[in-house]
Design a protein around this ligand. Sequence first.
Ligand code: 3HC
Length: 286
Amino acid sequence: MSAVTRVGVVGPGQMGCGFAEVCARAGTDVVVVASGEASAARGRQRLENSLERLVGKGKLSADERAGTLARITFSWDLADLADREFVLEATPEDLDRKLAVFAALDEVVSDGDAVLASTTSALPIMKLARATRDPARVVGVHLFNPVRVMPLVELISSLATGPATAERARAFLEDVLGKEVVRAKDRAGFVVNSLLVPYLLAAVRLVESGVASAEDVDRGMTAGCGHPMGPLRLIDLIGLDTIAAVGEAMYAETKEPLHAPPALLLRMVEGGYLGRKTGEGFFPYP
Ligand code: 3HC
């Protein structure tokens, strides 16, 4: 099977834009599809800001920035993904929405060998695969925030994923993008979230029950355990809505109480305190 040179991304959020940036910097042509013109403009701005930060730090030249941007097209029409060889679905953690995207990709992406990937954090890849006529080309590609910085990708084959699809995805992720691949079975939480989500939710429960302040919970894990950031700042980085949705999906499958989002997290999501992206979560981001 030929190497991937044309990538599509559905969803211009932090995962989708992060992946588009990594692909374009590796020399790959990328089309990012948003839900509409305004969302595409926000995605483009997000990407430009990220590249600008790198230029400011002297890690990217102005020419490289221009070259990277020239390889990325923003669109709000899924039909623009027709010739793609690898498409990453990176929409919010909403099963119905993802199913609709996969059903549409099945119609649109013409290459029978194209990889149709989802970066879902916890939803079953098999369910997404069943929205298509060829479940063999559907695979999980779970990325980590910030995508540009975190080397890891979890690669998840469902019971129906074809070995050629998994190998095409692995080759692209490792050999072209330089990512580190860990294989995981199609189980809610895969490897990393099975460990990370109970820990993050436990941190919320400590605050909820008044054991310590958010600041002190975080200091406990940075100053006490050497983590690069505390659990509550990490939830703010990932997005409280995402963590709540991932916890719900894991709880739905495992019935493990440690996976159930605590009330404080749910109330904050309902209140729009989603973390960095809305300017406030457990901490303010003026
Ligand atoms: N978005 C994009 N890039 C960011 C960023 C952000 N919000 N915050 C920091 N960065 C980048 C910086 O630009 C810099 O990149 P560069 O080295 O290429 O210039 C790099 O991260 C390091 O940044 P700083 O030196 O400014 O900051 P720190 O040294 O404090 O590192 C951090 C920031 C990399 C975010 C670090 O705190 C860290 O590793 N935190 C843990 C992150 C983590 O655990 N991620 C996994 C989350 S789980 C997940 O995403 C899965 C999902 O399913 C829940």
